[in-house]
Design a protein around this ligand. Structure first.
Ligand code: ATP
Length: 363
């Protein structure tokens, strides 16, 4: 009997449902080809459209469903036209991060030879690093509770020892896994602004303490401003980077830009007991309903889910399928025949997803 995994699915707003459905079909196909695992998908309501009709963006029952699931697949949520009374957008994905204590935001940046990128890479040169963004505190800690007076506004940044230690251990473990898989040299870079802020000096000190537990790996530091420069000038120098919430928010969009846009940027938000997998992009209301959204960020996020579930449950087939799915997406991109217009092609969402499915032996 194959092991069955329950996946909570949030289809979200805008292009969310359009990119979710092909990703689920692909996961279904992979599991059908496997004798060892299967999926049960449980679609749960949440998001801006739901908020507009019910006044709730993440109902308690949906949160419970997410808590019970083995993993959570979340598409894009929020719409600029639907806002809370204080003017902020609906963002249940941020609520999930806090409710499920998903402290590690994992943002891989990969540029393969032949992929469209604003960088000028020398022949055959590739980029492959992972940015880890702390996702529950930092400058996002005061989200929704910042003090705004008539002439002054304040937000508070919070860095805790407990979360930072867990975050850094996560980063070192990932670097170790990557090194063992022949990806990267086993190096973790702490990205901060320790030359200006005491909170970042504290962050760095905790990083150095955790680094001592990983003598087989390299540990170094970089200031966030220099990191932004080097991500453009020489991104191949990075392996695993770990940083505060707001710095990570900004640098991960820079990483997406290097990869040729948000349509190729997957992500995972991981905690001790739960994990959410979602594309970095938003709900893209400007192209919603046209069938032209790039499904690859969502499909690559599903591949990250296979990696995580497979390692966590000792499912070698799943780990292998995570690699297969990622390689298949990159093969479709390299071939360049069935890619969406954001990547310079003219295929629809369905045609691009079909190219992946066909290579996996399905239709
Ligand atoms: P959020 O704040 O919710 O992250 P955002 O304001 O950053 O959202 P997105 O919704 O991600 O904005 O869209 C930014 C731009 O990228 C838009 O022009 C959108 O059409 C484009 N875009 C985003 N995702 C995709 C995708 N999957 N395929 C093609 N284009 C996309």
């Amino acid at each position: 009997m194959p092991s069955s995994f329950e996946i909570a699915v949030f289809e979200g707003d805008g292009i969310g449902p359009e990119v979710t459905s092909p990703a689920l079909r692909i996961l279904e196909k992979l599991s059908q080809n496997s004798a060892t695992y299967g999926f049960e998908f449980n679609t749960l309501p949440a998001g801006a459209t739901l908020y507009a009709s019910t006044g709730e963006s993440l109902p308690e029952t949906s949160l419970d469903g997410a808590r019970k699931a083995d993993a959570i697949l979340l598409s894009a949520m929020g719409l600029p036209s639907i806002r809370k009374p204080d003017g902020t957008e609906i963002s249940p994905q941020l609520d999930l991060r806090n409710e499920l204590d998903l402290f590690a935001g994992v943002r891989p940046v990969r540029i393969s030879p032949g992929q469209r990128t604003p960088l000028r890479l020398e022949g055959g040169q590739s980029v492959d690093f992972v940015l880890i963004r702390e996702s529950t505190e930092g400058l996002f800690y005061s989200r929704g509770t910042g003090e705004v007076g008539p002439d002054e506004a304040r937000e508070t940044m919070v860095i805790t020892r407990k979360t930072s230690e867990k975050l850094f251990r996560f980063a070192f473990e990932l670097a170790r896994q990557r090194k063992a898989a022949g990806q990267g040299e086993g190096r973790v870079t702490c990205v901060d602004k320790a030359n200006v802020f005491r909170s970042f000096a504290f962050f760095r000190e905790i990083f150095d303490g955790e680094a001592k537990g990983y003598p087989d790996l390299l540990a170094d530091h970089a200031y966030v401003d220099a990191t932004a420069l080097w991500m453009v000038e020489k991104p191949w120098i990075f392996d695993v980077m770990v940083t505060e919430n707001m710095f990570g928010d900004i640098l991960s969009d820079l990483g997406a830009g290097l990869m040729g846009g948000l349509g190729l940027a997957p992500s995972a938000d991981i905690g001790d007991d739960h994990a959410v997998f979602q594309p970095c992009h938003g709900s893209a209301p400007d192209i919603a309903g046209q069938g032209v959204a790039n499904p690859f960020a969502m499909i690559l996020s599903a591949a990250m889910m296979l990696d995580w579930l497979g390692l966590r449950h000792d499912q070698a087939d799943m780990v292998r399928d995570g690699v297969l799915l990622r390689d298949t997406v990159y093969a479709v991109i390299a071939e360049g025949r069935q890619i969406t217009r954001d990547l310079g092609g003219n295929s629809s969402t369905e045609e691009a997803a079909a190219a992946v499915l066909e290579r996996l032996g399905g239709s």
